[in-house]
Design a protein. Structure first.
Length: 511
């Protein structure tokens, strides 16, 4: 079943289309970006004290793969229906599937989307499906990262199976919401999310997951556990199991608040699904993004205008995660070209650059992905050179200021997205005796933009300094990044700047 086949009736809810009632971050001053501690002076740097200056470093952009946090192509070790088609059919083992998908040269992140029953089978502890250990091990060995979503509802195995663990099914009422197409008398069942037993079990699940994964450096993000089919925030044109809208909104606002209060070190991502099921999505999206959550959409072409608007005009410090399930198997023989000769999958994936996204999902089929990339390499190449952010010190100036030297760094962003968090710059001498650091404003430099910042050096210092950067992806959580320049960088991602002495050649003045 294709998830978008379930959305045909979305237009039947005219009451949800009230003007001005949507979360439109790009149409107002967001005013709620994360504060930058130790904020660097970011100019403008006028010639108010013209004692002399010169350009001491300038770099060119690199197109190589970097593996920086906050961006990348996402291979699936498990999707809502399971692992690869071959593993489901018994033609390969789960171990072989995970090894193959994690070995693709263009994969940056491994992703698990599974049911609640795949992570817990009894009260008080996690019982993770084997795919978790395999995925985490592959990520450690290959320098990849891991993301996940736990689904509280999933249509893939209904009516035989629901997403809840068996031990909860007798404690939590399941509400029949409508006939499953093609199954005779089978009906979709949704849990009573507002039931006390569900809320008690959900609180435990959230705490257990956080105890295991919160702050784990391998975990790139966690999808917010949301309402309905696949956790996307909807049940198509089927009714919700709630008695009324206010009960639904209160339930999911409280569940969202619980998750946002718990996950402080690991980014969470909120689905931008419009509120077609009348469960409070507008409020959930707004409160999540204001709390620093990332945004995601599970479609890119077959998508509502409001979602494209929200993603494209999101706050610049907010990462965006995109996928599309229509052609998830990357079967080249089924990907028809358009009048320009562009295959439909490439057309889909390049639209993620239009919304300035950070991630694009590749799904589960490693063999097909490899074959696709061999036939149509342009798509993944363009994503790797533009997706997310790509930073380098384009210019570095040295100035004589205040009877010492000032270093001004101009960071260029060749990616389409802003920095997903706060960028910290560090200037350090090789012997470590001089160590200066500070932060840019959140989201800077924006996609395609520049941002300058300055350091004042101890009086009289000249010689080499190394310039490095870290991304503060969540408050207090910093991860090193590698400069995206063709000039040589050190193993830690830093680059060397050769500072000039006061009487060396090259100083400019009165120009």
């Amino acid at each position: 079943m294709r998830r978008r086949d379930l959305l045909k009736g979305a237009a039947l809810f005219p009451a949800l289309a009230l003007a001005g009632d949507s979360t439109r971050f790009g149409h107002r001053d967001p005013g709620f970006g994360p504060a930058a501690g130790q904020r660097l002076n970011q100019g403008p740097f006028e010639i108010g004290q013209d004692q002399g200056w010169q350009t001491v470093l300038f770099t060119t952009p690199s197109e190589r793969l970097l593996g920086n946090p906050g961006l990348g192509l996402v291979g699936y070790s498990w999707e809502e229906s399971g692992p690869s088609l071959a593993a489901r059919a018994g033609r390969e083992t789960l171990e072989q599937h995970v090894e193959k998908i994690s070995s693709l040269s263009f994969v940056d992140v491994l992703y698990i989307r599974c049911d609640w029953r795949n992570v817990q089978s009894r009260p008080g502890r996690l019982d993770l499906d084997p795919v978790w250990a395999l995925t985490l091990d592959a990520a450690k060995r290959k320098g990849l990262r891991v993301a996940f979503r736990i689904q509280m509802s999933n249509t893939s195995f209904q009516p035989e199976q629901v997403a809840l663990p068996p031990f909860l099914r007798e404690r939590i009422p399941l509400v029949k919401i409508g006939r499953i197409p093609g199954t005779g008398t089978g009906e979709y069942r949704e849990p009573r999310y507002d039931h006390p037993e569900f809320q008690k079990a959900f609180a435990e699940l959230n705490d257990l997951l956080a105890a295991e994964f919160e702050g784990n450096p391998l975990i790139e993000w966690m999808d917010l556990m949301q309402y309905g089919f696949w956790g996307e925030g909807h049940t198509s044109d089927f009714p919700s199991p709630f008695a009324d809208y206010l009960t639904a909104e209160k339930t999911f606002v409280n569940m969202t608040a619980r998750q946002l209060d718990t996950w402080k070190k690991t980014p969470v991502a909120v689905n931008t699904q419009p509120d077609i099921s009348s469960v409070g999505n507008r409020t959930v999206i707004d409160m999540a993004v204001r709390a620093g959550a990332w945004m995601r959409s599970d479609s890119i072409i077959v998508e509502e205008p409001i979602q494209i608007d929200e993603l494209a005009n999101r706050p610049p410090w907010t990462a965006a995660i995109l996928e599309d399930g229509y052609f998830r198997q990357y079967q080249t023989e089924k990907l028809k070209p358009d009048a320009a000769g562009i295959n439909v999958m490439e057309n889909y994936m390049l639209h993620v650059l239009d919304v300035r996204a950070n991630y694009w999902s590749l799904w589960t089929e490693a063999d097909n992905l490899k074959h696709y990339n061999e036939m149509y390499p342009r798509g993944f190449e363009r994503l790797h050179t533009s997706l997310g952010y790509r930073l380098r010190p384009s210019w570095v100036w040295q100035r004589k200021r205040y009877d010492t030297f000032e270093v001004i760094v101009c960071v260029s962003n060749r990616g389409v997205a802003g920095v997903p968090g706060v960028l910290w710059l560090h200037l350090e001498s090789p012997d470590g005796k001089i160590s200066l650091s500070g932060a840019l404003d959140a989201g800077h430099p924006h996609g395609g933009g520049l941002r300058q910042a300055s350091f004042l050096l101890p009086k009289g210092y000249s010689g080499r300094v190394n310039l490095s950067a870290q991304l503060e992806i969540r408050p207090g959580v910093k991860r090193a990044i590698v400069w995206a320049c063709e000039q040589p960088v050190h193993p830690d991602g830093s680059i060397t700047i050769e500072l000039k002495g006061e009487h060396e050649h090259g100083w400019r003045k009165g120009v």
